[in-house]
Design a protein around this ligand. Structure first.
Ligand SMILES: Cc1cc2nc3c(=O)[nH]c(=O)nc-3n(C[C@H](O)[C@H](O)[C@H](O)COP(=O)(O)OP(=O)(O)OC[C@H]3O[C@@H](n4cnc5c(N)ncnc54)[C@H](O)[C@@H]3O)c2cc1C
Length: 478
């Protein structure tokens, strides 16, 4: 599907987004993301504000609101944790410092190899000095376990718990949303719909349902792609946004991989964890059901994300470590024109590929009764979590369907059903090979593996790749 994870799907008179629930920093003229969208979209997207609270962190019966705006967020946190006022100030300062140091870090990725060899390390150095785990950084600020768990309440946005995630990723993500969450009016498919005319107007073409089988390499140069249907397209430059694992493991000829020792690079990074998403339809409007715009992050009440995930991965019947609930119909003012009298919810949790591996190779929608039974059991658990906090939804339940890591593989081609491409660990951010230019002439990488997961990260990668391809500093120009 063009648009990748920004696509939506429709079933039984409902529509769900699959990979966009909110975007930050996109509404204010002057932010990089706003400028990038403005530049690339033929028709501007209307970004709708989710309101004063964008995320709600729920631990048992206790709710912690993430309020938009630095000061409002800090004031609210200090109300919850008055004894941690100093730690909260330090936290915000560290986030801002880290963000500032990251600017040159990512710019370095667009530099040609020779220039990078001379000045690359100095551009990366400042950011990398804080490239430890999120937990390590937070433990320097506070020993309050509850505060740490609340500060890491958005960890599902990058997929790794505090003891495993890189602080660089955490800081980038937290800062991204601090001025609020925004949702594209008309649903996330408007992102592709707004960008497509720009591509077409420049003479580009877009193919649906078009699987690349191989990148054609001749004399160590990428010269085009061979499609699964046997067609070949020749081109002076080839750019892959299908992820480094797909590109290097599946699309390149073995000799090219060996010649450039690319498998050694892949050993230094890991695919991220997978996810399941329960897509739920209700036969009443969001107003009737009093749905919120803010996302819910529902956690067990022991305030230990790492322990909960470890337990869950060992025993999937143990407590669900995080249930993320998004209410797209409440966020989108155009929803009621498209789907009057109805509303939609997504409930997401993490899932290990190994749990679904036995059905790998079966056909979509025909994976067998045992697969259906496993999905039904998990669907009921997720629904009960939702109804605990929004009991008025129970009677309006009309339809639900669970997507698993196999669905991610089927629709977006991530081999292990990865939620976010590469795992966002400190090791990942050390890797210099995650850059647009590859060792193969005229072959470039782009997308979430080059900068970071998230629509903003993927878009920023696009800009870096375009800079690397043209040799122009497009970031500066923008
Ligand atoms: C459940 C979920 C929730 C998310 N929520 C948010 C959110 O609220 N906000 C946010 O900013 N981000 C969110 N994200 C992350 C965001 O959607 C992604 O990081 C981003 O869309 C990645 O963009 P990309 O272009 O790098 O890759 P993708 O969107 O994965 O696109 C890769 C494309 O490559 C194609 N492809 C793969 N193999 C081949 C092949 N052989 N031939 C041809 N094409 C191929 C795929 O079909 C796909 O179209 C979420 C992701 C998920 C999964």
């Amino acid at each position: 599907m063009p648009g990748g994870f920004t696509h939506v799907f429709k079933r039984r008179g409902y529509e769900w987004d699959v990979g966009v629930h909110y975007i930050g920093d996109v509404h204010r003229p002057g932010t990089m993301l706003n400028k990038m969208f403005h530049y690339i979209c033929d028709t501007p997207i209307n970004w709708v504000d989710m309101g004063p609270v964008y995320d709600k962190m729920i631990f048992g019966d206790k709710v912690y609101d993430y309020r938009k705006g630095k000061q409002a967020w800090m004031d609210q946190m200090k109300e919850y944790f008055p004894e941690e006022s100093e730690a909260i100030d330090k936290y915000m300062q560290l986030i801002l410092d880290t963000q500032r140091d990251q600017r040159t870090f990512f710019m370095e990725r667009a530099l040609p190899g020779a220039v990078s060899a001379i000045i690359g390390n100095s551009l990366r150095k400042k950011a990398l000095k804080r490239n430890t785990t999120t937990l390590e950084v937070l433990q320097e600020i506070t020993s309050n376990k509850k505060l740490i768990a609340v500060l890491c309440g958005q960890f599902g946005d990058y997929g790794s718990p505090p003891a495993e995630s890189s602080w660089l990723m955490h800081a980038m993500l937290f800062k991204h949303y601090i001025n609020g969450g925004f949702y594209p009016e008309g649903g996330s498919s408007v992102i592709f719909d707004s960008i497509a005319p720009t591509v077409l107007n420049q003479g580009g073409q877009i193919f649906n349902n078009a699987e690349v089988d191989q990148i054609i390499i001749e004399k160590n140069k990428a010269v085009g792609v061979k499609m699964a249907d046997g067609n070949e397209y020749r081109a002076p430059l080839v750019v892959s946004s299908a992820g480094v694992f797909n590109t290097y493991e599946k699309m390149l000829p073995k000799e090219s991989v060996q010649k450039h020792k690319l498998e050694n690079n892949l050993k230094k990074v890991r695919p991220s964890i997978g996810h399941v998403c329960l897509y739920v339809g209700f036969n009443k409007s969001e107003e009737e059901l009093k749905m919120q715009k803010a996302n819910y992050w529902i956690y067990p009440d022991n305030y230990d994300h790492d322990e909960n995930i470890t337990n869950y991965l060992k025993d999937p019947d143990s407590d669900i470590p995080v249930a993320y609930v998004s209410f797209p119909s409440a966020k989108d003012p155009d929803w009621k024109n498209r789907y009057p009298g109805k509303s939609a919810v997504d409930i997401i949790t993490l899932a290990d590929w190994s749990w679904y591996k036995e059905w790998d190779g079966t056909r979509w929608m025909k994976r067998g009764d045992d697969y259906k039974a496993a999905k039904e059991k998990l669907s009921q658990r997720l629904l009960e979590i939702l109804f605990k906090y929004e009991p008025q939804l129970r009677d309006a339940l009309d339809y639900y369907e669970l997507g698993t890591p196999l669905s991610t593989k089927h629709f977006v081609n991530y081999s292990y059903g990865e939620l976010y491409g590469l795992e966002n660990t400190p090791d990942r951010f050390e890797q210099k090979f995650l850059r647009p230019k590859t060792p193969i002439k005229n072959l470039y990488l782009t997308g979430q593996d080059v900068v970071s997961c998230g629509v903003g990260g993927a878009l920023a990668s696009g800009l870096l790749t375009a800079s690397a391809m043209t040799g122009k500093n497009l970031m500066k120009r923008l």
